[in-house]
Design a protein around this ligand. Structure first.
Ligand SMILES: [Ca+2]
Ligand SMILES: [Ca+2]
Length: 575
């Protein structure tokens, strides 16, 4: 649970305000069509946020903020002022965030001894505490059945602004100072399912999920809170708030202006009911458990993907994300959280060498010439020197690296981490001579040599100066111990700085998408490409493939299979 620190009063504009009260005289809702008895016409029914001991509605209305914890149906007048009126209320979510249309929520009976109804001097009061998710925004009805037959429609409106969607998040700019690859860290969390694949740590590793087995959500599945203790609504709500506190590189302050929350799940794991509904962002410049002020409150629609919570630029040494509710599941799940520094001004990370090859910062190994089984190329850029890439073949072997959105980056230097000698297999060795090349074109063309380097033969970091702009960087290991495979623990590419140069990490996803869309499609030479001939849906109908000639096919309808055939001549000599 959160520490019992002094919590500042929420900003007035974010405090839920009750909806305007309906006048307390006259029927709130006209009786539904159909025959009604004279006695029923004397009945008054109101919805309200409260009720007095005497049975009078408090703050009656037909519109309630989504912070409302209970809604009352206040029924006054004959014939309900009897011991057991056989009256019941059917609560329904007509069109409500996080629910199917017309979802049944609850039936409440007005009977002596009911936990959700009581008799008053004026009639009966029935109430509903909402589903686990609470009263999420949307349109509801409550239908009274029995001696009083009414359908009352009411709405629930958000008390806080709606978070921006995926497009707004894609346009948000700023270094993600919470990213572990940029020195960010989890300072504290009120609960986590485990300290590995479902920990708060997985919120800052750069990906919604990281899996190494398509059937299992490991090793990074996003943060999962503890589960509610029991399945009562009270127990569910007692599981909140859940707080995660983020800190930055070397405990520094940053001026921040947005938090991006990614609710993506792995396959069907942790579906929408696990996602947060109401959240708040708090910042502190004094300590991880004190001095927090709230800078934003928002509600998140029940959708997978990124949500943006923007706020006025504010200095922060600690950012606390507070989850006030979810969409009803027994725990809360989040995949990734970014805290964005205000761009354009002095950066808290100005002096931090940024490893733009790191997979969490958009780096990729776009080509490799040789790979030994499970010693993946991704091991080169995962930030962990202990995970090692090993080539399948002896030198020469080569790798091509690319950076965030295939942008041209100013590369200051390249750092190879040579694995500890004791961890090398008997047939593995360090690179001895490497050639570094750069291109602004494609992973296949335009490479110019940056230099040829003798790699000092010692475990640990070996630095190679580059000082060159590159869209793709090729590392050719031209020499290693004879007959042995090449092993490298990590390749870091450190971004340079220069007047007029802006870090490629500041380019937004939206800008990358626009740049990609602006690239004209390649001009097709009709003579250079064959077009598939339908039907080719079975091996017997397979189209021939001609070496050196492209073929264009269409998958239509989705899910169909197209077959092609290739003739491989028999070997003519000894292998
Ligand atoms: Ca993650
Ligand atoms: Ca590694």
């Amino acid at each position: 649970m959160p520490s019992p620190e002094a919590v500042p009063t929420p900003a007035p504009e974010a405090v839920p305000t009750p909806a305007a009260a309906t006048p307390a005289t006259g029927p709130t809702v006209p009786p539904t069509a159909g025959p009604t008895s004279a006695a029923t016409d004397q009945v008054r029914v109101q919805l309200a946020r409260g009720v007095t001991d005497g049975g009078e509605a408090v703050e009656p209305g037909l519109e309630f903020p989504d912070t409302t914890e209970r809604i009352y149906v206040v029924v006054e007048g004959a014939p309900v002022a009897v011991e057991d009126p056989n009256l019941f209320a059917h609560w329904r979510a007509v069109q409500v965030e996080g629910h199917e249309a017309n979802a049944d929520l609850d039936y409440v009976y007005a009977r002596p001894g009911s936990r959700q109804a009581r008799r008053t001097a004026r009639g009966w009061v029935l109430w509903f505490d909402g589903p686990y998710s609470g009263f999420a925004p949307g349109a509801y009805t409550v239908e009274l059945r029995g001696p009083v037959r009414r359908t009352i429609a009411f709405t629930v409106t958000p008390a806080a602004p709606q978070a921006g969607g995926a497009e707004a998040a894609a346009a948000a700019r700023g270094l993600n100072v919470a990213a572990a690859a940029l020195g960010g860290r989890i300072v504290s969390v009120t609960s986590e399912k485990n300290d590995a694949s479902r920990s708060a740590r997985t919120l800052i590793d750069g990906f919604p999920v990281i899996i190494d087995d398509p059937a299992d959500c490991e090793p990074s599945c996003g943060w999962l809170s503890r589960e509610r203790a029991t399945d009562s609504v009270e127990s569910h709500r007692a599981n909140f708030p859940q707080d995660i506190v983020f800190g930055f590189h070397q405990g520094r302050r940053a001026t921040v202006h947005a938090v991006v929350i990614d609710t993506t799940s792995f396959q069907h794991w942790y579906p929408l009911p696990f996602k947060p509904r109401q959240v708040e962002v708090w910042v502190s410049t004094t300590g991880p458990t004190e001095g927090f002020t709230r800078v934003a409150a928002a509600w998140l629609p029940a959708r997978l993907g990124e949500h943006l919570i923007a706020f006025a630029p504010t200095p922060a040494a600690f950012v606390r994300l507070r989850v006030l509710s979810n969409y009803g599941a027994r725990a809360v799940h989040l995949a990734e959280v970014k805290v964005l520094e205000v761009p354009g001004g002095p950066s808290s990370l100005a002096d931090l060498p940024k490893n733009i090859a790191h997979q969490a910062l958009g780096g990729v190994v776009s080509r490799w010439s040789s790979l030994r089984g499970h010693r993946q190329a991704a091991h080169l850029i995962d930030g962990d020197p202990a995970t090692v890439w090993v080539s399948h073949d002896p030198a020469p072997v080569e790798l091509v690296l690319a950076f965030h959105g295939d942008q041209v980056a100013l590369v200051d230097r390249l750092v190879l981490t040579l694995p500890d000698e004791r961890t090398l297999g008997h047939d593995e060795s360090w690179p001895r001579t490497v050639v570094v090349e750069a291109t602004a074109a494609t992973p296949f063309e335009g490479f110019e040599e940056v230099g040829r380097f003798a790699v000092p033969q010692a475990a640990g970091d070996q630095t190679i100066p580059v000082n060159r702009r590159a869209r793709f960087l090729r590392l050719r290991v031209t020499e290693a111990a004879e007959g042995r495979r090449v092993a490298i623990g990590e390749v870091r590419v450190l971004e340079g700085t220069a007047p007029g140069y802006t870090s490629i990490l500041l380019t937004t996803t939206q800008e990358l998408e626009r740049q990609a869309a602006a690239v004209p499609p390649p001009v097709e030479d009709p003579a250079a490409a064959a077009v598939e001939q339908e039907a080719n849906d079975t091996p017997a109908q397979a189209n021939p493939l001609v070496p050196g000639r492209r073929v264009r096919g269409t998958i239509d309808p989705l899910g169909e299979a197209d077959f092609f055939t290739l003739t491989v001549p028999a070997p003519t000599g000894r292998c």
